[in-house]
Design a protein around this ligand. Structure first.
Ligand SMILES: C[S@@+](CC[C@H](N)C(=O)[O-])C[C@H]1O[C@@H](n2cnc3c(N)ncnc32)[C@H](O)[C@@H]1O
Length: 232
């Protein structure tokens, strides 16, 4: 599916979210870089590399890290490679074609790991998270940015209407033949973990200090956990 939507992925992402997806990724970058120890950072399901590029740009006062992005869609990665090159970040961002359910890295390799709008698409959420935790160093952050359904009285029905009725139509119009991908989006968000379920899952998998922060009325959520040290 992602190989098919790759050429229009970035445009539709920014258009359908009115650009808010950029602010959400920026929030993840700021939060992660504020606390990350020096070392490489892993971006799982990097897609067209927006998060990897954001992380590699760093933030003021913090040395810019090296980033490894993995994804199993060759077409998404091809666009990502071009963006990395245009951003002059080829010396700090490496993109690898790999399955997030079997990461080709040794245990405890990365200072931190993150996934943006990818965990919901994994065939096995639990295994994908366990892999991120495995390759993250003790003390390192594991962060997830993912859509969620708002629960506020006014925002929730309005958003449900946009998400179920408007978004798939716009997606179908622009994606010429990949319309099912944009019907898949609302269906998959509604079927996915609520923030409460996700934080419970992260805790169950062994992460410490797990938290969830709603973004833009809860349309998305930013999750954070820390891989504990062995003696904790
Ligand atoms: C919605 S895109 C997110 C891309 C990017 N992280 C972003 O913020 O825009 C989801 C990505 O997850 C990737 N993906 C899904 N399952 C995967 C797996 N098992 N291993 C690697 N990548 C996977 C898809 O190929 C796709 O590029």
């Amino acid at each position: 599916m992602f190989d098919r939507v790759a050429p229009r992925y970035d445009f539709l992402n920014h258009f359908l979210s009115a650009g808010i997806d950029r602010l959400w990724r920026r929030r993840l970058v700021r939060t992660l870089l504020r606390t990350a120890a020096p070392g490489e950072i892993l971006d799982v399901a990097t897609g067209t590399a927006d998060l990897a590029i954001g992380l590699a740009r760093g933030r003021r006062g913090v040395p810019a890290p090296e980033v490894v992005g993995v994804d199993f869609s060759g077409e998404m990665l091809k666009i990502g490679e071009e963006k990395v090159r245009r951003a002059h970040l080829a010396d700090r961002v490496r993109l690898i074609k790999a399955d997030a359910l079997n990461l080709p890295f040794e245990d405890n390799r990365f200072a931190a790991s993150a996934v943006a709008f990818g965990i919901r698409n994994m065939a096995d959420t639990e295994r994908a998270l366990a892999e991120m935790i495995r390759v993250t160093r003790p003390g390192g952050a594991v962060m997830i940015l993912e859509f969620s359904m708002p629960t506020l009285p006014v925002a929730a029905p309005l958003y449900r209407f946009y998400f179920r009725s408007v978004l798939p139509k716009i997606g179908r119009f622009f994606s010429k033949g990949s319309g099912t991908s944009y019907a898949y989006l609302p269906a998959s968000v509604q079927a996915f973990d609520t923030p409460k379920q996700m934080t419970a899952r992260m805790t169950r998998l062994g992460l410490a200090d797990v938290s969830a922060r709603p973004l833009t009325f809860g349309i998305a959520s930013l999750y954070r956990g820390r891989k504990p040290f062995r003696d904790e």
